[in-house]
Design a protein around this ligand. Structure first.
Ligand code: B12
Length: 229
């Protein structure tokens, strides 16, 4: 059975109630590690769920204010709840980018939307630039109608200046990859104030998708989670 376009549209509408969006989808191939669906049988297809800019933030904040106790990893918990409810409605199994062992979300995203990584590792989106993320995926045991992927252009190919690799005081990004320890040391240190309050200087230097740039309080939240401040 192939789930219809109506299902995909319904999923998109249910996600919109949480400020979340459908980030495309794909069918699993026979020669890859295929995760299980809801019944435990192998999934046949996946829809990716994520955000453009900080759209889910007010939904998440309202939910957080209603919690009786402080919650560890609150954004993950909110995402699991919101996406879990949509999965239940449509007979899918919800998975999270934080599930262990890690599921290959960026590889899935590259298949679903034809995106490629920026020099920072974060995938470059033709509209959202670096200001987007994945909050989960819905795994179906049926084939599903998939939205036609849009023709995408990799903006980093046309960016000669590459300010994204020139703005970090400790050059955390290079062709050798991401210098995690140098980044953490700086962010946690005396001169890391701008990174702590306004987010990664390299990410903010990217000239694309600036309409979707996360507001400073959202960037500070993510930086605090990343650097365990
Ligand atoms: C572990 C992890 C990290 C580790 C990286 C350790 C390492 N070097 O492997 C640390 C803590 C450093 C990290 C940091 C960040 N991460 Co991270 N991370 C992950 C996580 C949870 C697992 C990665 C993984 O191993 N996957 C399993 C493999 C098999 O999957 P994969 O698709 O093949 O993995 C590819 C990527 O992971 C990529 N890669 C390898 N190392 C790194 C490091 C970073 C930062 C990125 C972006 C990609 C990347 O190469 C792999 C091959 O294609 C993913 C979510 C996920 N489930 O994938 C998020 C994820 C990759 N991270 C993400 C982000 C945004 C960040 C931060 C920018 C977030 C922040 N808090 O501000 C920071 C910034 C620092 C940086 N740019 O390096 C996003 C990327 C979204 C996008 N638009 O592309 C993801 C997808 C989470 C999400 N919810 O959307 N991250």
């Amino acid at each position: 059975m192939i789930l219809s376009r109506g299902t995909t549209d319904g999923v998109a509408a249910a996600l919109a109630a949480h400020g979340l969006i459908l980030r495309g989808g794909f069918r699993f191939a026979g020669d890859e590690a295929v995760p299980a669906g809801l019944s435990g049988a192998l999934a046949k297809s996946a829809l990716l769920v994520g955000q453009a800019g900080a759209a889910p933030w007010p939904h998440f904040q309202r939910w957080l204010e209603g919690q009786p106790q402080p919650i560890a990893n609150p954004l993950d918990t909110w995402s699991r709840e919101a996406i879990g409810a949509v999965a239940e409605e449509f007979g899918a199994r919800a998975v999270s980018p934080s599930d262990r062992p890690y599921l290959p979300f960026q590889q899935w995203a590259m298949r679903a939307e034809g995106l490629r990584p920026s020099p920072l590792g974060i995938l470059m989106h033709p509209t959202f630039g670096l200001w987007h993320a994945y909050r989960g995926a819905l795994l179906f045991e049926q084939e599903i109608f998939l939205p036609e992927p849009e023709e995408t252009m990799h903006l980093c190919d046309t960016c000669a200046e590459k300010p994204c690799v020139k703005s970090c005081p400790v050059d955390a990004y290079s062709e050798q990859g991401f210098a995690h320890d140098a980044c953490l040391g700086h962010v946690r240190g005396a001169r890391g104030g701008p990174c702590r309050t306004g987010g990664c200087l390299d990410r903010n230097a990217c000239p694309y998708g600036t309409d979707y740039r996360y507001p400073p309080e959202v960037q500070a939240f993510h930086m605090a989670a990343f650097a365990r401040l």
